[in-house]
Design a protein around this ligand. Structure first.
Ligand SMILES: Cc1cc2nc3c(=O)[nH]c(=O)nc-3n(C[C@H](O)[C@H](O)[C@H](O)COP(=O)(O)OP(=O)(O)OC[C@H]3O[C@@H](n4cnc5c(N)ncnc54)[C@H](O)[C@@H]3O)c2cc1C
Length: 559
């Protein structure tokens, strides 16, 4: 039968015009000028070709889609199998496993430990930054596995057995005892209901089987309120031993092949970071081996925490970069009121301001990566100590504002769950909260300055490298120096009231000094004018009129 004739007007309602094409099939590294410059400057020029390949591979549309899928299909937990046996199994979508596999094959969990060389941390940080733009949640177990290595090295007998599997490039997600596995992942369990940041209040007990002591067997009894990535093969756990709070390595399976009673109660119902399973867990007589000295648990696990805090800086810098890329790419393709959005003056101001924030985060993160590489020198060790505390606080705190404003740049589309912005937005507060929330980080900056005053000297030595490059920066640093040398540092209690204000200024001073030394004048001048001269009290998009908006946006264009 012939087709019925179409209704003359009804079948075709409209043609879709003035709607952007998805930001996909682009090179995440190749389009990131600030990152490329940082890699070369901070000692990892040798990695440029590999990073270029990696950026192209993970920028493919099909690969970017893995990030969406891993969050749409959330992990599921089964406490028992259908026969009633305890299994504590978390199941993930294949997209999550693909992301984990890439991260492990690329060495995001180990490359500076297995291939130490100048720039190893810088190159690894760049890869982590790029891959987190595809998907941030799976980065949690990758980071914890990476960060566990320096902590475990404190206990050589354990390190001998575990490190080769921790640093293996094989992703082996099977829920089987460690001796059957080609590669393992490591989690960490510190937080308890009544304690949280204050881990001294932890009540989980560790009872020695024999004489006890470093490397020896203990039985752990208690609970943990947050244990992310509960499918890891072992966890670094804080518990109260007879001699005080100590650190333990608790395996998922006992060496005899029986299941260690580290039991997951349920998975957390999270607003963001949903591809990553986080759990509430109980230790019901679980076997654990003491790592480091009895009673020195915090000092031991801090080796791990220092690394995870640095990765929070990378993760938030990465989230901001992706948000800004999305905003610029959208505004480049969308017109309103007779002009492309990217040509509308107010939008130019907003986009340039967002780009400044993202670039400042990237340069600070990569500078701290170099401090990690060079921490054998006193100056770099001090910069690492104070710069990580400052950067973890500041960069992670800036992330939600950038995600929110970038979402608005893309209009109503930005709110739609089938696009990337809601995921970026919901992810954005997480890094600020875990691994030392904002106030705790500010207290850590004060602690670094009072216990090791050389860290402050190192800070001033670092920022003085930009002296004379920008008058506002010179004034900012002089004011900070004067304040620090006054007697106020002595009264630590009083000083806490203004700790956030102080750390804000230390952070913007450090970022500005890096931009003045290394970024084009348009970027550095706009950053100093907006962050140092006109501090706070404005939304994004309030840069002064003299700023070179176009060149700042052009520099940040992802493609
Ligand atoms: C998604 C997610 C996953 C997590 N995964 C893990 C994990 O795998 N392992 C793990 O051990 N933990 C994990 N955590 C826990 C996380 O590290 C804690 O939530 C965090 O350390 C804060 O502890 P808390 O929640 O008990 O808050 P609290 O410690 O009660 O803090 C509440 C607020 O008080 C502030 N505060 C604390 N002390 C002071 C002070 N002295 N002065 C001023 N302000 C202060 C904090 O900055 C914070 O803003 C996870 C958390 C989240 C959200």
């Amino acid at each position: 039968m012939p087709n019925a004739p179409l209704d003359r007007y009804g079948a075709v309602t409209h043609e879709v015009i003035n709607q952007p094409l998805e930001l996909a099939d682009y090179n995440l590294f190749g389009g990131d000028i600030a990152l490329k410059e940082a890699i070369t400057r901070e000692g990892a020029e040798w990695a440029v070709n590999e990073l270029t390949d990696f950026g192209a591979r993970i920028g493919a549309a099909a690969y970017l889609e893995l990030g969406a899928l891993a969050n749409r299909h959330q992990p599921e937990f089964d406490s028992h199998d259908r026969y009633g046996r305890r299994i504590d199994l978390v199941s993930f979508h294949p997209s999550y496993h693909r992301l984990m596999q890439t991260s492990i094959e690329e060495g995001l969990h180990c490359s500076p430990w297995t291939d130490p060389r100048q720039g190893a941390h810088v190159a690894r940080a760049a890869r982590f930054y790029l891959h987190s733009q595809v998907e941030a949640g799976h980065g949690c177990p990758i980071t914890m596995t990476f960060a566990a290595a320096p902590c475990l090295k404190l206990q050589p007998d354990l390190a001998k057995d575990w490190l080769p599997k921790i640093t293996s490039r094989v992703y082996d997600p099977r829920n089987v005892p460690v001796d059957q596995k080609m590669g393992v992942t490591i989690g960490m369990a510190m937080t308890e209901k009544q304690g949280g940041s204050d881990v001294r209040a932890n009540t989980t007990r560790a009872i020695p089987f024999g004489a006890g002591g470093p490397g020896q067997d203990y039985e752990l009894v208690g609970h943990k309120f947050f244990v992310s990535a509960p499918m890891c093969d072992a966890f670094l756990v804080l518990a109260q031993a007879p001699g005080g709070l100590s650190c333990f390595l608790v395996p998922r399976w006992r060496p005899d092949g029986s299941k260690n009673p580290l039991q997951v109660l349920r998975l957390k119902k999270k607003m963001g970071n949903v591809s990553n399973a986080s759990s509430e867990t109980e230790l019901r007589g679980a076997l654990g081996w003491m790592v480091g000295q009895e009673g020195r648990g915090v000092a031991t696990i801090i080796e791990m925490v220092a690394m995870t805090r640095f990765d929070c800086m990378i993760g938030s810098s990465s989230g901001m970069r992706m948000a800004v890329s999305q905003a610029i790419d959208h505004c480049r393709q969308r017109a309103a009121f007779g002009k492309m959005l990217i040509d509308q003056p107010i939008m130019q101001n907003v986009l340039a301001d967002l780009a400044l924030e993202a670039e400042a985060a990237t340069v600070l993160t990569m500078r701290i990566a170099r401090a990690l590489d060079d921490r054998a020198t006193d100056q770099e060790a001090h910069i690492l100590r104070i710069g990580t505390a400052i950067g973890k606080y500041w960069i992670c705190k800036r992330s939600p504002g950038v995600a929110c404003e970038a979402m608005e740049c893309t209009g109503g589309l930005g709110v739609m769950e089938d696009g990337p912005m809601p995921r970026l937005f919901r992810e954005s507060p997480v890094n600020a909260i875990w691994e030392g929330s904002g106030n705790v980080q500010c207290l850590d900056v004060l602690r670094a300055m009072s216990r090791t005053p050389e860290t402050l000297d190192a800070y001033f030595a670092e920022v003085s490298g930009a002296k004379g490059g920008n008058a506002a920066l010179d004034r900012h640093i002089d004011a900070l120096r004067q304040e620090m040398s006054s007697q106020r540092m002595g009264a630590a209690g009083d000083f806490e009231f203004c700790a956030r204000d102080l750390v804000d200024r230390l952070a913007t001073g450090l970022q500005a000094s890096l931009l003045v030394r290394h970024a084009p004048a348009a970027v550095a001048d706009a950053f100093c004018a907006s962050r140092l001269e006109a501090r706070g009290a404005h939304q994004y998009g309030a840069l002064p009129q003299r700023v070179d908006f176009r060149s700042i946006i052009e520099r940040a264009r992802p493609r």
